[in-house]
Design a protein around this ligand. Structure first.
Ligand code: SAM
Length: 211
């Protein structure tokens, strides 16, 4: 179902500059219409963010592809995602062969997406808690991807990243953010690249915005 729409979306991602063929293969496999509320299914393959309830959104496909391309996960790598939401980003990482750990702070969304992962056969470790403090039991991670916009880079997450690991995180105010692509060389030596103008829902927590 929706194969033609998925291909059209991939063409849009290509025209917007995404190049990684593995990401296109993952986008062919993950059926985005199953990750949005039923009434939105016919809009699932448009390149737009959509509401998923609880005041939250499934990110725009271009943003998911951009962050995934920047993270460039390799099969078997351990990736921590903060902000499970619909589960779409986590499913894309899973299809790329990553071992995915994901945290959602809102219980209803966490529970709904946990059931979806189970139904679709995605073996993704999920937890309901404040992701700004990370998930220390399984640290360190080869990569960390934060899908909500925070005021600063959470230091707990930096500590849970391996040396030479990458973190992709939108940082800014509550309406617009700059995407930071961070490579950690040592505990106090990082490379940071930035791309402007992204708009995420707020990252709320101990090292995020206060409610
Ligand atoms: N990755 C999601 C997807 O593929 O649908 C997009 C999620 S949405 C843009 C951001 C999510 O981050 C929301 O579901 C929100 O509840 C969650 N969130 C915000 N602050 C959080 C925190 N401190 N820890 C975990 N999740 C958080």
């Amino acid at each position: 179902m929706f194969e033609k729409e998925r291909e059209e979306l991939i063409q849009i991602l290509k025209t917007r500059g995404i190049k990684n063929e593995n990401i296109f293969a993952a986008f062919r496999k993950v059926e985005r219409h199953l990750f949005v509320p039923e009434v939105m299914r016919f809009n699932a393959y448009k390149d737009v963010a959509l509401p998923i309830g609880q005041g939250q959104t499934i990110s725009q496909p271009y943003t998911v592809a951009y962050m995934t391309e920047a993270l460039n996960p390799k099969p078997g790598q351990k990736i921590l995602e903060i902000g499970t939401g619909s589960g779409f980003q986590a499913a894309v990482l899973f299809e790329l062969g990553a071992r995915v750990f994901t945290i959602e702070r809102q219980y209803d969304l966490y529970n709904q997406t946990l059931k979806l992962f189970d139904k679709l056969g995605y073996k993704i470790a999920s937890r309901c808690s404040d992701g700004t403090i990370g998930w220390s039991e399984f640290a360190p991670y080869d990569g960390i991807i934060v899908t909500a916009g925070g005021p600063a880079v959470p230091q707990n997450l930096m500590k849970q990243l391996v040396l030479n690991g990458k973190m992709i995180i939108p940082v800014g105010d509550k309406t617009t953010q700059t995407m930071k692509i961070i490579t950690k060389f040592s505990e106090d030596d990082f490379d940071v690249k930035e791309a402007p103008y992204f708009a995420f829902v707020p990252l709320i927590g101990k090292e995020g915005w206060k409610e």
